[in-house]
Design a protein around this ligand. Structure first.
Ligand SMILES: C[S@@+](CC[C@H](N)C(=O)[O-])C[C@H]1O[C@@H](n2cnc3c(N)ncnc32)[C@H](O)[C@@H]1O
Length: 343
């Protein structure tokens, strides 16, 4: 039996029907957030009728949605009373500091993925999120979720970089900083680090809020503009961070960016890249391949790239000693950090 026979043997009608219905569970979460169901349970356990009255929804539909949320482990139930489980209280109640539903409560992904067939036909995105106007509307929502999800990996990255241990007073440029989750972790680990956060001006207003909430306002400076054209300067920085940028920029722009960042780093300075990496034969892991399609749907040139491609492009730009560091999952997807040194 060859490899394709083996995978054909694994396909069953049941498995296909299950795959087809896999879209239902995430839609349950989106609907629950859009109807504020978690918020309505914040005061304590409540019946389906009480939740429906508070949400202004039908009893029939609300009961079904609440039951599905219980089965998904997102709510608890004792008899007729539905209740918040601890994780839902922390991450799904809207006024929680760690709310991650900001993106999930929108139809952004649903709308985009609903157009996948057309996007594959045309090779063109449904929306181009890297364009300034769209970016300034979309990314303030996305980065709120990413900030909560990536705080722990960011602390691991800062440790791997030796911030505050082997390296002190790091001058950091965080390109497409968003919430600055990665550079905030470096600044927290290295009390004398200073960060220049780069992004579109409408997003940098949010970045400043995150820096202030972490007590770092005095150590952050801002470089507003398009990362493709903004002036990074020469030999100014010890560390350049590219968090989830390469996949939306695509190959040509990223290779140019690597060269410009090599010039902006001092010799011996480092670049840290956070992204999703398919294996060299692009046969997995699935999340990295699905993310490539997400980039087809949402960007002009985005894609996911293999570590071999990163090694070639970093070498071409003047970096060496590329290593990968396990920092755990990023936004729920296993993804190492890539670190390389400016020669
Ligand atoms: C996916 S978010 C990543 C944010 C952050 N680096 C992280 O990893 O959490 C992408 C960020 O890059 C910014 N961005 C995308 N294209 C850009 C461009 N052409 N110029 C400047 N910033 C851009 C977006 O505004 C957004 O804040």
């Amino acid at each position: 039996m060859n490899a394709s026979d083996q995978s054909a043997a694994a396909i069953t009608p049941h498995a296909l029907l299950q795959l087809h219905m896999a879209m239902a569970a995430p839609r349950v979460l989106t609907a629950a957030l859009q109807l504020n169901l978690f918020d309505h349970l914040r005061a304590g356990p409540a019946s389906a009728a009480a939740v429906a009255a508070a949400a202004g929804t039908s009893l029939r539909g609300t009961r079904m949605l609440l039951d599905a949320l219980v089965a998904l482990g997102l709510l608890g139930r004792q008899g007729p009373a539905y209740s918040l489980v601890e994780g839902a209280r922390t991450y799904l109640v809207r006024d929680s500091a760690d709310y991650v539903g900001a993106l999930m409560e929108t139809d952004a992904l649903w709308t985009a993925w609903g157009s996948l067939t057309e996007a594959v036909r045309s090779g063109r995105p449904v929306v181009a999120v890297e364009r300034q106007e769209r970016a300034e509307a979309f990314f303030p929502i996305l980065i709120r979720s990413l900030h909560v999800a990536n705080r722990a990996p960011a602390a691991r990255l800062a440790a791997a970089l030796g911030a505050g241990r082997t390296h002190h007073g790091l001058q950091v440029v965080d390109v497409g900083a968003g919430s600055a989750v990665w550079s905030i972790a470096v600044a927290e680990a290295d009390a004398t680090a200073r960060v220049t956060a780069q992004d579109f001006p409408g997003v940098l207003r949010e970045t400043a809020g995150f820096a202030a909430r972490h007590g770092l306002a005095g150590r952050f400076a801002y470089l507003p503009g398009d990362l493709n054209t903004v002036e990074f300067g020469r030999e100014r920085f010890d560390l350049a961070i590219l968090g989830n940028i390469v996949h939306s920029e695509g190959e040509a722009s990223s290779r140019r960016l690597f060269r410009r960042l090599a010039a902006a780093l001092r010799p011996g300075g480092r670049i840290a890249i956070l992204d999703f990496f398919p294996g060299d034969d692009r046969s997995g892991p699935l999340p990295a391949l699905l993310f490539a399609l997400n980039m087809l749907l949402n960007t002009e040139n985005g894609d996911t790239f293999t570590l071999a491609q990163y090694r070639d492009w970093l070498t071409e730009a003047g970096f060496g000693d590329m290593t990968t560091v396990d920092i755990g999952e990023q936004a729920g997807i296993p993804a190492p950090a890539v670190i390389a040194t400016r020669l």
